[in-house]
Design a protein around this ligand. Structure first.
Ligand code: ZN
Length: 270
């Protein structure tokens, strides 16, 4: 599933083809994917100009004018976005097509159909519950301390919670916790100051490395990234830890496969 670095890479890829273009059409062959429905979505978007393309958490936000109107897209499991010539043949998994004046179109391709495309008059309202942006200036160690110490939760599920810190999924959470030398089951309210500072730095460094690598390509859904070649623990169960040589372990936490080094990430260690 695409996480912050993969969505950021996608946004950077589609942005040049979208900026300044006027929406001319929205077509959709899978109604559940498009909200609030084709007719209303068309009414809200057609004739409007794309004024910005950005990422918020794991969402791509295509801004339409300055009043908050936007097309907000979540790629979920297998979504892909591309700006291509409108006349080019489309594969059977292209379910939403957004026409642009000048002959190009934005295509949303999604084999598993879990992705969502929402046309909204207020992106801020739609995304109001999305947690702090971990690469933003407001994400400082004291902010992270406030977010996690007020909750007595295990670190792994807490970091996956998009209403706390946005953008982290299974891969970048496991990678961040290894970098921070923190056990995935450690309770968040028991972290000391040094550990919070380590976790804060680890999250930012891991995400920055992911973006610099154009994200991670671990299956057919997201090609082109190279972060998978730099994984410390994710998908490496049974292989040696690059820091200490111990065998990486895999456990299941909240139904998610979780990878960690039992020596570098001792529980309760400070
Ligand atoms: Zn280790």
């Amino acid at each position: 599933m695409p996480e912050l670095p993969e969505v950021e890479t996608t946004v950077r890829k589609i942005s040049p083809g979208l900026l300044g273009k006027v929406i001319t059409e929205i077509a959709c062959d899978w109604p559940r994917m498009l909200r609030p429905g084709l007719r209303v979505a068309r009414g809200q978007a057609i004739g409007r100009k794309v004024t910005g393309v950005r990422r918020r958490g794991k969402f791509a936000v295509i801004e339409l004018g300055g009043e908050g109107a936007a097309i907000v897209i979540h790629l979920r499991m297998s979504g892909r976005l591309d700006v291509v010539p409108a006349g080019r043949g489309a594969g059977k998994h292209v379910h939403v097509r957004i026409g642009l004046r000048g002959g190009m179109e934005l295509r949303f391709e999604d084999a598993r159909k879990f992705g969502r495309v929402v046309v909204t008059t207020s992106a801020a309202e739609l995304l109001r519950d999305v947690g702090v942006e971990p690469l933003s200036d407001e994400f400082v160690p004291s902010a992270l301390a406030n977010l996690i110490r007020g909750r007595a939760r295990q670190l792994k599920p807490l970091l996956l919670d998009q209403s706390v810190v946005s953008g982290l999924g299974n891969i970048y959470t496991d990678e961040s916790l290894h970098r921070a030398r923190l056990h995935p089951l450690q309770r968040s309210d028991r972290l000391n100051d040094k550990e919070v500072v380590r976790l804060h730095a680890a999250i930012r460094e891991t995400l920055a490395e992911g973006i610099a690598s154009n994200g991670a390509s671990i299956d057919w859904a997201y090609p082109g990234g190279s972060m998978q070649d730099r994984f410390r623990v994710y998908g490496r169960a049974g292989l040696p830890c690059g820091q200490c040589g111990s065998e990486i372990r895999r456990i299941v936490v909240g139904q998610r496969g979780t990878h960690f080094c039992p020596v570098c990430q001792r529980r309760g260690r400070s």
